[in-house]
Every structure is written in C-alpha cells, then in structure tokens.
Design a protein around this ligand. Structure first.
Ligand SMILES: *[C@@H]1O[C@H](CO)[C@@H](O)[C@H](O)[C@H]1NC(C)=O
Ligand SMILES: *[C@@H]1O[C@H](CO)[C@@H](O)[C@H](O)[C@H]1NC(C)=O
Length: 350
C-alpha cells in the first residue's frame, strides 16, 4: 500500500479516464451536440458538394468558380457525387427531397467532420412534411436570420465612390403616373393579400399586372413598368418569420417604387430594410386609412422623397444565382458551429 507503482497506476488510470470522457463528450453520446462548443478550422480548400441542383437546371462549375465569379478564395464548389467522401459540406435542396425526386445518401458512411446542410428558400407553408428529415442535418441554410447560413433574397450594399452629391430627387425615377401597382402571378381569393388588395382597391386605384388579368409583364419590362408607380404592393404569398422576398428587393426597391408591405411583422422588415423606406399595412387600422395615407404622400413631394433617402448611399443587391449563395458559405465557415444536429427540423421550420 502506498508503493510508487500504485500511484503510477492510479495516475495513468485517471489520465486515461479523463481523456476518454473528454472525447466521449465531444463526439460520442451526442449529449452536447446541440451546443456550439467550438468552431471549424479550415485547412486548405473547403469542399462544398451540392447533391442536386435546386429545381433542376445546373450551372457551370468550371474552374475556380467562387474565386473567378465572386473573389472568394479557398472555396471549392462541386456537384460530382463521387467527391462525397472528401466533401466538408454536402448541401441538399429541400424541394427535391420533399417531392421524393432525390434521396439522402443514408447508405454512405458520413465522414466525421462532414456537415449536411438543409437548403431552402421556401416558406413553411410550402415545405411539406419535415418529420422525415429530423435528425439528419447539421446546419440550415435559408432566408431566416436565425439559420446557420442566412441567404436573403436581397440586401443593401453601400455604394462605391462619392455619391454624396446626389440629391434625393435624382434617385427617384421620373414620370410617375400610377398611384399603386401590383404584380400577381398566383392569385388565390382566400389569401390574405388578395383580401387586402380587394379592400384597398375600394379606396384607391390599383393597377394590376400578371396572370390574374392577362397582363403578364415580360421580365425585361417589369422594373420599367413599376418605376411609373408611386407605390408597389409587395405582398408576400405566405406570412412567416423573415419571409421577405424579391417582391420587396427587386420589384419595389430596384424599380424605384415605395413598397407597401404585407408579410412578417414590421420588426422583421426593420431588421433588414432601410429605415423609413417602406409602408407596413399593420401600421394602419384599416385599408381606407392606408389608402388615404398613400394619396397624401403622393402629393407631398418632400415627404415622398424621404422614402428614397437610402438610395443616395446604398444600392440593392438581389441574389439569384445558387452558386453565389453556396460560395457565401466559405467566408463564414470558421464561425459556424462545429457540432450541431437538427434533431427536430420540423419544429425549427414551423
Ligand atoms: C485549392 O484550390 C486551388 C484552386 O483550385 C488550387 O490551385 C490549390 O492547389 C488548392 N489547394 C489545396 C491545398 O488543395
Ligand atoms: C451531423 O449530424 C449527424 C446526425 O444527423 C450527427 O451524427 C453528426 O455527429 C453531426 N456532425 C457534426 C460534426 O455535428
């Protein structure tokens, strides 16, 4: 008892036990996998494998796409499934999984560090049953601000160079003749937006384009047409957290019409859009009062111009290319959680 050998053995046993517990904690029991314990380390290029292209059409990944197109270094974007074993991330677009056109490669062993990314730009209403996808993914990639990788439909970028001399008037399109415009391709009478439109058009004239009344605008005519409107009804087809689409960024801001928005609550807009640049329908007790406000604002040149103040210093960037969205993962990879599992993706989405 108390011999040096005993203490040596005791010391070795304790060291082994502590080491073992440490590793089990990190990886083994999955007890802590919901927490962001540490971050990712990049060694060499990061390989992102896109398992299938969203909605079908594929795009060229020749050369060093992320560098050549977006000046993002060290980011290897591929779509050959044979590269699965060496991929750091595998990205799965939800729609094809939901429709059963594509499947997760559950038969392949998943490399220890590899992350599976759930990609979707659809609202929860259009996401089907998510339960089959619980416990599969490590990261989410969506328009939501609380996704691991946020890919908004659009954003504001500071303008390059000195543009401080532009007066606000210079950045408002001229020749406005229509009070309010709306482009609608998928009209459902019971949608909230259809009800609001009906009611609003009882108090002000609303010019409607799109399949609803056979006045479909060619893509090249869209922005030009809307630029003649003082206000654009940027009404989302689905109302959910952070779901703010190109209806705001492209149809309204890029065209140069003030958006009247129907969608998530004002706070969600305030978080991403310029201050005093949009009109939220929830800020009015009735569509009649909203209509009156729009009428007055149209006549008050100075006040109306105030809604464009941001255009002196910022421009709108609309994202449309999946490659750009995918390449955008690389610069933020090191701050993404190293250990994470979406045990209940269904609950996260809804
Ligand atoms: C990373 O990718 C670039 C461009 O494809 C390549 O030239 C370079 O050798 C790669 N580096 C590593 C460490 O694989
Ligand atoms: C990724 O998710 C899977 C389960 O869906 C999990 O087994 C694995 O440990 C996770 N990997 C990381 C690095 O978080």
């Amino acid at each position: 008892m108390g011999s040096p050998t005993f203490y040596l053995r005791l010391f070795i046993s304790i060291t082994c036990l502590v080491t073992l517990l440490f590793f089990l904690n990190e990886d083994g029991w999955g007890l802590y996998t919901d927490r962001d314990r540490s971050h990712n380390v990049i060694t060499g290029n990061l390989t992102i494998l896109l398992w299938h292209w969203p909605f079908g059409p594929s795009y060229s990944l020749e050369g060093d796409v992320c560098w050549d197109r977006y000046r993002i270094p060290g980011c290897r974007l591929v779509d050959q499934r044979s590269l699965y074993p060496s991929a750091d991330l595998v990205v799965f677009h939800h729609r094809e999984l939901m429709m059963g056109q594509e499947r997760l490669p559950l038969h392949l062993p998943r490399p220890r560090h590899q992350k599976w990314v759930w990609l979707s730009l659809e609202s929860p209403d259009n996401s089907g049953d998510l339960k089959p996808f619980n416990n599969m993914f490590n990261w989410t990639m969506s328009y939501r601000r609380d996704a691991d990788i946020t890919i908004p439909y659009g954003t504001l970028l500071p303008k390059d160079g000195d543009t401080g001399n532009d007066s606000t008037e210079d950045v408002i399109p001229k020749d406005k003749s229509l009070l309010a415009c709306w482009v609608v391709s998928h009209y459902e009478p019971q949608h909230r937006r259809s009800l609001v439109y009906k009611s609003l058009s009882g108090s002000i004239p609303v010019e409607v384009y799109g399949r609803l009344n056979g006045r479909v605008l060619a893509p090249g005519d869209l922005l030009y047409t809307i630029s003649h409107c003082y206000f654009y009804l940027a009404f989302e087809n689905s109302i959910s957290k952070d779901y703010i689409t190109e209806k705001l960024w492209r149809n309204a801001y890029q065209a140069g019409a003030v958006p009247v928005v129907l969608g998530p609550p004002p706070d969600d807009y305030m978080a991403v859009a310029p201050p005093n640049s949009f009109i939220h329908i929830e800020d009015f007790p009735s569509t009649k009062e909203l209509g009156n406000y729009l009428r007055q604002l149209m006549l008050d040149k100075e006040r109306y111009a105030g809604y464009f103040a941001w255009r002196r210093s910022h421009r709108v960037k609309v994202y449309t290319d999946w490659r750009e969205r995918l390449c955008s993962i690389c610069p933020q990879y090191h701050i993404l959680p190293a250990q994470k599992v979406y045990y209940d993706l269904e609950a996260w989405v809804r």
